[in-house]
Ligand binder design. Sequence first.
Ligand code: KG4
Ligand code: ZN
Length: 359
Amino acid sequence: MLWNGCFYWLKQKIRMLILGLETSCDETAVGIVDDNPDPAKSIRAHKVATQLAEHRPYGGVVPEIAARAHLDKLDDLIRAALEGAQVTLDDLDGVAATCGPGLIGGVMVGAMTGKAISAVRKLPFVAVNHLEAHALTVRLTNEVAFPYLLLLVSGGHCQLLLVKGVGQYRRLGTTVDDAVGECFDKGAKLLGLGYPGGPLLERAAEKGNPQAFDLPRPMHGRDGCDFSFSGLKTAVRQLVAGKTLTEALVADVSASLQQAITDILADRTAKAFQILRDKNEKMTALVVAGGVAANQPVRKRLTELAVSKDLPFIAPPVGLCTDNGAMVAWAGLERLRLGLQDGLDTASRPRWPLDSPRA
Ligand code: KG4
Ligand code: ZN
């Protein structure tokens, strides 16, 4: 009994509790996670204050408004997260904040807040690459071993990566122009669906015919696994130009656009898989991450692809696909577990490719 008690105490002591701050775009988000062996219990707090109302009148994210909104919301959100997790700053073992890539004003708000907490409480600080946070999210909720093939699809990025370990990423393909989330958002804007476009377009597409319009699928079938979406955006603009946007037309264009995007993502991912197989590279799973990973038809199509390749398909829960603080806290935890921490002089970076050396 006494021994059991000691063991439990020891397990509690080696458990890490990490605060994560996310302010790189239009979600102010705070998460608290620990390394509970049961992934379902690792998230102790997951608070997101969206800035949709602030940006909606402009049809997109306005960087200056975003930075000010982060400043307004972040302290209260941290307080709410600590209360929700029933912990205080004294219970933390580390602080992680997104330090890039992203809209630099907002990134600096989160980074400076994280550094201030770290300095005052003498806690280790981790400067998190936002893309790494997306890339590792799946390990917060599922037991996924390295290496895995990752399709990272968000508002600012569209990449295929071999995730070999924390900090070890090999980029296999990327977009040569726009990100896939941008294509969803622009399509939705052209169809008068509003902002943010991805989820609204997915809903509109439910009533439409995906075969109604034969939209282009740039890069489809090409060698390599790069992406391109600007031609698809232009095709949608030309398709709807001068037309009355009836509910039926909006539904059909939405469904056709979503179908084209889904085809492109599946084709490029299949190519990446083949490239890795040809090199006898090991993969434990096909993983999708980032905001667009919340899209159900995309998830379904990638599931079918993975099944056909005899590979498990793993996607984070929808609520953890879009930007959140839990994923930042988790990336911090994964780094701290390996003894990796950053100085308080680490700069915030508007651009920060995942496969580049850390500053
Ligand atoms: O990862 P994220 O929250 O922010 C960035 O790091 O960019 O991704 C936001 C993007 C937006 O373009 C949004 O429209 C898209 O993800 N998105 C979706 C869905 N939910 C969010 N796209 C398609 N279907 C969705 N359900
Ligand atoms: Zn993101």
